[in-house]
Design a protein. Structure first.
Length: 297
C-alpha cells in the first residue's frame, strides 16, 4: 500500500471517525480524514492513507460543496431530521420568495454554529454539554458562501439547494437562517457533500466497493497520489543535491525564482518524485515545512 488518498462516499448513520476506522481495517493501514461530516450526512470524505496523513493540514481549508434538502414548516433542536420537533408554522415560502433572498447569503456572512455540533467550549463538545442539559452559548463566526442555488422546489413544503462554501460552514445553520429570513422555519432532511477541495463525488468509492476490490488490481484506480490534492500549491523542481539538503534540515538559496513568500510542492527534478512541502521566503531562501521522504510513521 503506497501513501495515498481515498475519496470515500460516507454512508448515512455513522460518524466520520467510524467511517475512517472502517477504511483503516479494510486496508490494514493507518488513516486520517479531512472535514467532519455529521452522522446523518453522506458524501465526500477524503481519507489519508499512510504518510498522506501528515499532509492533511495543507488541504483542510479547501472549498466544500453540498446539496441539501430542507423541509419548511417545522424546526428541530438539532436543525436536522434526527432532532426533536420544537416549533411549527404555517408560513411556507414560495419558490420566488426563496430565489429573491438568496443573494443576501452570498459572500462573507456571520453564522452561529448549531448547539448540536462538535464545536469546543472550554474543552468540551457543545453537543455533549447540551445532552447534559448544560447552558451553551456559541459565538458567531465569519464564513464565506461562494455560490448558493435553489435547484428544486417540491409541493410537499420542501426544497433542494446546492452551496459552495468555505471551511467551517454549517449547512444546517445556513438552512435555518434562510427560513428565518423568509419568516418561516425549517430543518435539513438530507445533506450530501459532493466536493471537498480536490475530491469530488464522481470519484468517490463506497465502503462496500472498497471491501470488494481491496485485494485486486482495481484498488489502484481508487487511490490518489499523495500530492494530488495539493494542486493549488505551486510546484518547484530541484536537483537531488538540493533536495537532500532540505531533507536534512538545511536551507537552500535560490538565485532565480518566480515563487516567493509561498509554500511549494517540492519535486526531485531527476526522478519527478514528490518530496514534500517547503517554504520559499521573499529573498529566495527555501526551508522544509513537511518533508515526505524522511517523515517516518
Amino acid at each position: 500500500m503506497i501513501d495515498s488518498w481515498i475519496c470515500l462516499d460516507k454512508p448515512k448513520g455513522i460518524s466520520s471517525n467510524f467511517a475512517m476506522i472502517k477504511v483503516r481495517r479494510i486496508l490494514g493501514e493507518k488513516t486520517g480524514y479531512v472535514g467532519t461530516l455529521d452522522p446523518f450526512a453522506t458524501g465526500v470524505l477524503p481519507i489519508a492513507v499512510g504518510r498522506a496523513r501528515k499532509f492533511i493540514q495543507f488541504i483542510e481549508d479547501g472549498i466544500k460543496e453540498y446539496q441539501f434538502e430542507v423541509v419548511f414548516g417545522a424546526s428541530t433542536d438539532s436543525y436536522d431530521e434526527t432532532g426533536e420537533i420544537c416549533e411549527t408554522t404555517k408560513i411556507i415560502p414560495t419558490k420566488g420568495q426563496i430565489e429573491k433572498i438568496i443573494p443576501i447569503f452570498l459572500g462573507e456572512i456571520e453564522q452561529v454554529p448549531p448547539k448540536f455540533s462538535a464545536i469546543k467550549i472550554n474543552g468540551r463538545r457543545a453537543c455533549d454539554l447540551v445532552r447534559e442539559n448544560k447552558s451553551v452559548k456559541i459565538p458567531s463566526r465569519k464564513i464565506f458562501i461562494h455560490d448558493l442555488q435553489l435547484i428544486d422546489f417540491f409541493e410537499n413544503n420542501s426544497a433542494k439547494f446546492q452551496v459552495k462554501c468555505s471551511k467551517g460552514t454549517y449547512v444546517r445553520t445556513l438552512a435555518v437562517d434562510i427560513a428565518k429570513k423568509l419568516g418561516s422555519l425549517c430543518y435539513v432532511k438530507e445533506l450530501r457533500r459532493i466536493k471537498s477541495g480536490f475530491f469530488s463525488i464522481d470519484r468517490a468509492i463506497t465502503l462496500e466497493k472498497l471491501t470488494e476490490i481491496v485485494d485486486t488490481d482495481q484498488l489502484d484506480d481508487s487511490l490518489f497520489p499523495l500530492e494530488s490534492p495539493l494542486d493549488d500549491i505551486p510546484a518547484l523542481f530541484l536537483e537531488d543535491g538540493y533536495v537532500s539538503r532540505l531533507q536534512n534540515g538545511l536551507a537552500v538559496q535560490l538565485t532565480d525564482s518566480k515563487i516567493l513568500s509561498s509554500n511549494v510542492k517540492l519535486f526531485d527534478s531527476g526522478s519527478g518524485r514528490f518530496c514534500g512541502i517547503c517554504f520559499v521566503s521573499a529573498d529566495g531562501i527555501i526551508t522544509a515545512v513537511k518533508m515526505y521522504l524522511n517523515l517516518g510513521d
